[in-house]
Ligand binder design. Structure first.
Ligand SMILES: O=C(CO)COP(=O)(O)O
Length: 252
């Protein structure tokens, strides 16, 4: 059975007081409501240790938004897989489109990061997805195939089963424009078939593939009901308990 997940990517939002408040609200929500999925958050790195303190029984998975491709050393501003392991973080997002767009991250960087994360027992949430131009040019299947192969196909079958993939079409991120459930399902099935072609269907069936891009309380249920969509990576709607909890409940 592959895992079902609702993950919130907080991006660069909230000061420490607001971050703490939302974490405490989330904990109380989680303790008082049965969820049919795992709940994860990726707050800014500065708040990861606070998150680990608040979710001391691992009620909610705690993820970095990025981690270094290097093990340690003179890389100012970066955080390493080792550091994440040392605070018992659950994992890290890797290759988010905003990292690609603003920080020049490529799939070969992602490949190194995914491997490092796995070596440290962290869950990599590998993000991919096409731009608007690529979709308009009909290249989306090819782009996502290439991204997936470059970033993940040096992994063993045992390793790839531990990776969570988040398909996030760039044109749907923060735009209010969502892929239709059918458009998302089509790419999710495509990603699974690419994995199946290399690793076999059994392995492919174990890989959780999340959808991200303007998931909101009013569209989550339909998106999550697609057979190859195992949950969501939520941006804007993860910043308020009211919205995020409704998205979690879309699994019920
Ligand atoms: O980038 C995203 C999650 O990583 C999606 O962001 P939005 O939900 O704000 O579109």
């Amino acid at each position: 059975m592959r895992r079902k997940i609702v993950a919130g990517n907080w991006k660069m939002n909230k000061n420490v007081i607001d971050a703490q408040q939302l974490m405490v609200q989330l904990l109380s929500y989680k303790n008082n409501n049965a969820a049919n999925c795992e709940v994860w958050i990726a707050p800014p790195a500065l708040y990861l240790m606070m998150a680990k303190d608040i979710f001391e029984k691992d009620e909610i998975g705690v993820f970095a938004q990025d981690m270094s491709e290097h093990e340690s050393g003179a890389y100012t501003g970066e955080i390493s897989a080792d550091m994440l392991e040392s605070i018992d973080a659950t994992g890290s997002l890797i290759g988010h489109s905003e990292r690609r767009q603003y920080h020049g991250e490529t799939d070969s960087h992602c490949n190194k990061k995914v491997k490092l994360a796995l070596d440290k027992g962290l869950i990599p949430v590998y993000c991919n997805g096409e731009t608007l131009e690529q979709r308009k040019a009909g290249q989306h299947f090819e782009v996502v195939k290439n991204q997936t192969e470059v970033a993940l196909f040096t992994l063993s079958a045992e390793e790839i089963k531990k990776v969570v993939i988040a398909y996030e079409p760039v044109w749907a991120i923060g735009t209010g424009e969502t892929a239709t459930p059918e458009q998302a399902q089509e790419i999710h099935a495509h990603i699974r078939s690419i994995i199946a072609a290399k690793y076999g269907q059994e392995v492919a069936d174990e890989v959780s593939i999340l959808y991200g891009g303007s998931v909101k309380p009013d569209n989550a249920k339909e998106i999550f009901s697609q057979p190859d969509i195992d949950g969501g990576l939520i941006g804007g709607a993860a910043l308020k308990l009211e919205d995020f909890s409704k998205i979690i409940e879309a699994f019920n």
